[in-house]
Design a protein around this ligand. Structure first.
Ligand code: SF4
Length: 104
């Protein structure tokens, strides 16, 4: 005779469901970049969609490069002096915590 306990199976299902319900919001709610800056909404997709930019202060923007990292080689930079993620005029030789290298 198999070792089958319906009460145990039901209890296990409830524990799994509760665990999943707790994990999903945690996974969705923790999108930050190093330094604790909230990650801006995804870059605009083809066909439209406006992105809310973050302030220079929130992104910890600076007018000088950080080592080899600078806006000119960042995937978010929009020549000549703009950024998809950070508000205001952006220097090609600037840098912020949202720096993302251009794909090679
Ligand atoms: S380093 Fe920061 S400010 Fe400069 S282009 Fe990239 S995301 Fe924008």
């Amino acid at each position: 005779m198999p070792d089958f306990d319906p009460a145990r199976r039901t209890a296990l299902r409830k524990v799994l469901a509760a665990g999943c319900a707790l994990c999903v919001p945690v996974a969705w709610g923790t999108e930050t970049v190093p330094g604790g800056v909230p990650k801006p909404a995804a870059a605009p997709k083809a066909g439209g969609g406006k992105v809310k930019k973050v302030s220079k202060a929130q992104a910890k923007y600076q007018e000088k490069p950080k080592g080899q990292q600078q806006c000119a080689v960042c995937n978010n930079f929009v020549p000549p002096n703009s950024c998809n993620l950070v508000e205001g005029k952006i220097s090609p030789s600037g840098w912020c915590t949202l720096f993302t290298p251009k794909p090679v």
